[in-house]
Design a protein around this ligand. Sequence first.
Ligand SMILES: NC(=O)C1=CN([C@@H]2O[C@H](COP(=O)(O)OP(=O)(O)OC[C@H]3O[C@@H](n4cnc5c(N)ncnc54)[C@H](O)[C@@H]3O)[C@@H](O)[C@H]2O)C=CC1
Ligand SMILES: NCC(=O)COP(=O)(O)O
Length: 321
Amino acid sequence: MARRVLLTCGEPAGIGPELVGPAMASGVDFAWIGDPAHLPAGTPYCEIAAPGDAVPDGQVPVLRHDFPAPATPGRADPENAQAVIEVIARAVDLVMRREALAMTTLPINKQALKEGAGFAFPGHTEYLADLAGDVPVAMMLASTAVEPPCRVVPATIHIPLASVPASLTPERLEQAIRITHAGLQRDFAISAPRLAVAGLNPHAGEGGAMGHEEDLFLRPLLARLRDEGMDISGPLPADTMFHPAARAGYDAAICAYHDQALIPIKTLDFAGGVNVTLGLPFVRTSPDHGTAFDIAGQGRADATSTIAALKMAQDMARARG
Ligand SMILES: NC(=O)C1=CN([C@@H]2O[C@H](COP(=O)(O)OP(=O)(O)OC[C@H]3O[C@@H](n4cnc5c(N)ncnc54)[C@H](O)[C@@H]3O)[C@@H](O)[C@H]2O)C=CC1
Ligand SMILES: NCC(=O)COP(=O)(O)O
């Protein structure tokens, strides 16, 4: 069984390159894919030809991927955009061929990839789903440093807020629920997952006084899933479902839209949060933060989330066997 996790470079003008050396503190056996010219001076690395090749102790194994331009911290070079995308595809190819255990992605800058290479996806999540054969996926963010844990899944992801009510269909919500349920069982060893579903409207609609989606389709959908035997509560008012006593009652929260899900976890555990793509035929995790151009190259980037993402990738892959 392949043992190494692949760490993709992400946007080289962001904080990604400076997280590579500190990520060794994870104790996870990983190989970085990227251009070694982008690594901060002094990063101990050794180039390898294949993901499993041996390296001397204390060195980061590097699968070299040449980029056309150097990296200027804080300023993405459009010339590098295509190579950022290629690195992700290369990692997917290697994990799909089982030459690596799992993949962890360092952050990309969506705008830079769109402008520099016409990247057609809103993020890794959708790109990975496409590379894996257009499989249905869900984006889950999971805390590692708070108890009870905070795990959130937005049923709609990177779309304008104005599009949410039309996009939050019963089919989309049911898909997010089912992928989350299966993912918690398969990757997190939770045999009977307890799910909580947030309402779309304030106070989960309050009987129609503040919106109708809850009565129109959320309650009937959840009732049907309960009839199947799923342990699922809701629709719950989103503002009161993330305090510790509430979180103790469920394993993951399914939310209506991006910020409803990500604000609580990034507030509770920004440093330790991990982004997981559920539903893929391979394991993918990521730190929960972005490219942080405002601090790139200054040596101020906190590697805690990257370390947690590498550990979670390894644990998930081992849970799959
Ligand atoms: N998985 C991915 O590829 C992700 C990519 N992004 C992308 O990143 C770009 C910037 O997004 P923002 O919303 O500005 O979020 P961001 O996470 O890059 O930055 C938000 C704030 O947190 C700080 N910060 C972030 N990570 C940090 C770390 N490890 N250590 C210390 N401080 C840290 C930044 O300095 C900034 O003040 C966007 O293009 C966005 O799409 C955002 C989230 C995930
Ligand atoms: N806001 C979360 C985020 O942008 C993660 O995106 P992805 O690149 O992991 O799909």
